[in-house]
Write a protein that binds this ligand. Structure first.
Ligand code: NGQ
Ligand code: ZN
Length: 463
C-alpha cells in the first residue's frame, strides 16, 4: 500500500511547510517528507492543509455507550464517585458482542474526528459474574477486532486491578470483572503479544491506579512486563481526585505522584493519566522523569476532577498528550480547545499554550499532543517525518469556517471556530484513507450496531 500525496500546506514537527510531498512505503511508514517540492505528475493533491493525526492516549471503549446517561442529579451532591457507582452497574452487564459493537463505532467516530490511533485502557476482563471466559482473552480480542475493522492504530493496555483501596483493601463485588492475579496478567500479556504483533498493535500494561494495585504486585508486574518487552508502554490513573490524594497520604504519608516517583521506575515509557492534583515539587519531578501527562479535558470537566496546570508543565518541559477517556466527547479538536480554555479560565489570560517558537495556539498544541501521544502509545506516530506512520488528516478547506484562510488559521478555525461540525476531509492511517469527506466507510453499519447494542444493554438495566 505504498503511496504519495502532495500538500500545498503541511504541519511538520518543525512547523508549517509549503509544497510538501509525502511518500510512504508498503508498511504505511513515511519514506519521504519533502517541503518545497514541485507537484509531481500522477500524485494526488490534498484538498486542504495536512496535519498529523492525533493519538488518543486514553480510552475506556465501553463507556461510549454510557455517555449522556449520568447527567442528572442523583445524590444531594453528585461526584466522580457517584458517577463511578452508576458506571460500574453499566459495566457489569456488557457482553463481548456488545463491547465489540460499541468499540467499533467508537473507533469509527474517533477516525472521523481526527484521532488516528488509540490507547485502550482495558479493564473488563471477565464475564458478568466475574468468572474468566473460556478463552481468557475474549474481551481483549473484541477490542483488537474492533480496531482492525475500523482501521485505527491500537496500543492495547490490559489493566491490572487487585484492590479497592490503598493498602490492599479487598476488591468490591462490583469490581469482580476487573480482578486478576499478577501471574494471571502476565499470562494474558504473553497470550496477546502475537495477536497484537499481527495487526501492528503495541501491547503495554496499565496498573489501574495506586488504589487498585498494591506495591508488591506493581513491582512484580513491571518486572514481568520488562521481561516481555523492555520498552512497553505503562499507563496509570493517578491523582485524579482529591479523595485519592487524601487516602494516599493517610496510607503512606505521601501524595500519589510523589509515592509513585519514589517507588517505581517512572520514565518515558510511562503515561500518568490525569495527574490533576500535584504540588509544584511533584510537577517538577514528574516532568523530569520523562513521563507523559495524559490529559483528558472533556472527561476531567465532566467528572469534576480539577484543572491540570499545563502552563507550569510546559514551562518544565513536560510531555503531554490527550485522551477522550469516558468519551463524553469524541473530537480531537474539541479536546485541544477545552484544554486551552481551562488554562484561560484559571489564569485569566489568552493563548496560554502557545510558545515563543510557535505563537499559533492550535498549531503548538497539536504538535505537542502528537509528540506526547506518540510516546504514550509506544508507536511511531510522531507526525509527518520519515520513519513515522503515515497517519494524517486533511483539513476541509472548503468548510465555511475555514474557506479562504491561511493554513495556520485553518487549523485555528478547525479547533476554535468550526462549531464542531467536522472540518476534516480525509483521515489516513498507515497510508490508507480511512475516512473520506469526513466519513468512514463503516459509518452507517457501525452506528446501527452500536445503537442496537446500547438499546439492548439499557433494556436489561436493573434500575
Ligand atoms: C475508570 N475513569 O477506570 O473508568 C475510571 C473510574 C476509578 C476515570 N478515572 C474508576 N475517569 O478511577 O476508580
Ligand atoms: Zn481512565
Amino acid at each position: 500500500m505504498s503511496g504519495a500525496l502532495f500538500a500545498a500546506d503541511a504541519l511538520l514537527p518543525s512547523g508549517w511547510a509549503r509544497d510538501v510531498l509525502l511518500r510512504w512505503n508498503d508498511q504505511g511508514r513515511l519514506a519521504e517528507v519533502l517541503p518545497g517540492s514541485a507537484a509531481p505528475q500522477g500524485v494526488a493533491r490534498a484538498v486542504g492543509p495536512v496535519v498529523p493525526g492525533l493519538p488518543n492516549l486514553h480510552s475506556h471503549a465501553f463507556q461510549r455507550a454510557f455517555a449522556g446517561l449520568t447527567e442528572y442529579r442523583g445524590a444531594a451532591q453528585d461526584s466522580f464517585w457517584s458517577w463511578r457507582q452508576l458506571m460500574y452497574r453499566f459495566a457489569a452487564r456488557i457482553t463481548p458482542e456488545q463491547l465489540e459493537a460499541i468499540a467499533t463505532w467508537l473507533y469509527v467516530e474517533m477516525l472521523e474526528a481526527g484521532y488516528t490511533a488509540v490507547c485502550e485502557f482495558h479493564y473488563l476482563h471477565h464475564d458478568s459474574d466475574g468468572r474468566p471466559y473460556a478463552d481468557d482473552a475474549t474481551l481483549a480480542q473484541a477490542l483488537l477486532r474492533a480496531a482492525q475493522r475500523a482501521g485505527i492504530g491500537l496500543t492495547l493496555l490490559p489493566v491490572l486491578y487487585q484492590s479497592s483501596g490503598f493498602g490492599g483493601q479487598a476488591p468490591r463485588a462490583d469490581q469482580a470483572r476487573f480482578i486478576r492475579g499478577t501471574d494471571d496478567m502476565l499470562a494474558l500479556l504473553a497470550r496477546l503479544a502475537p495477536d497484537c504483533r499481527a495487526q501492528g498493535a503495541r501491547l503495554g500494561l496499565a496498573p489501574h491506579s495506586l488504589r487498585a494495585v498494591p506495591p508488591d504486585s506493581l513491582g512484580e508486574a513491571l518486572a514481568g512486563l520488562a521481561a516481555l518487552d523492555a520498552g512497553a508502554p505503562i499507563h496509570i490513573h493517578i491523582a485524579e481526585q482529591t479523595q485519592e490524594v487524601d487516602d494516599c497520604l493517610a496510607w503512606s504519608g505521601q501524595r500519589p505522584v510523589a509515592w509513585l516517583l519514589d517507588h517505581a521506575p517512572v520514565d518515558a515509557r510511562w503515561c500518568l493519566v490525569h495527574a490533576t492534583h500535584m504540588t509544584p515539587e511533584e510537577y517538577a519531578q514528574a516532568a523530569r522523569s520523562g513521563a507523559v501527562a495524559g490529559i483528558c479535558p472533556s472527561t476531567e470537566a465532566n467528572l469534576g476532577d480539577g484543572i491540570f496546570d499545563m502552563a507550569r508543565w510546559q514551562q518544565l518541559g513536560g510531555a503531554w498528550g490527550l485522551g477522550s477517556d469516558s468519551h463524553a466527547c469524541v473530537n480531537a479538536a474539541e479536546e485541544i480547545m477545552l484544554l486551552e480554555y481551562s488554562q484561560r479560565l484559571a489564569l485569566r489570560q489568552r493563548n496560554v499554550l502557545a510558545s515563543a517558537a510557535q505563537p499559533q495556539v492550535a498549531t503548538a498544541m497539536t504538535l505537542a499532543a502528537v509528540a506526547g501521544g506518540a510516546r504514550a502509545a509506544g508507536r511511531e506516530l510522531a507526525g509527518l517525518a520519515p520513519g513515522q506512520q503515515a497517519d494524517f488528516v486533511v483539513l476541509a478547506a472548503g468548510h465555511l469556517a475555514l474557506a479562504g484562510l491561511p493554513a495556520p488559521e485553518m487549523l485555528s478555525a478547525h479547533v476554535f471556530a468550526s462549531s464542531r461540525g467536522s472540518a476534516l476531509d480525509g483521515v489516513w492511517v498507515g497510508g490508507r484513507e480511512r475516512a473520506r469527506a469526513g466519513r468512514h466507510a463503516l459509518h452507517d453499519d457501525a452506528a446501527r450496531a452500536f445503537v442496537a447494542a446500547r438499546a439492548r444493554l439499557l433494556s436489561e438495566s436493573p434500575n
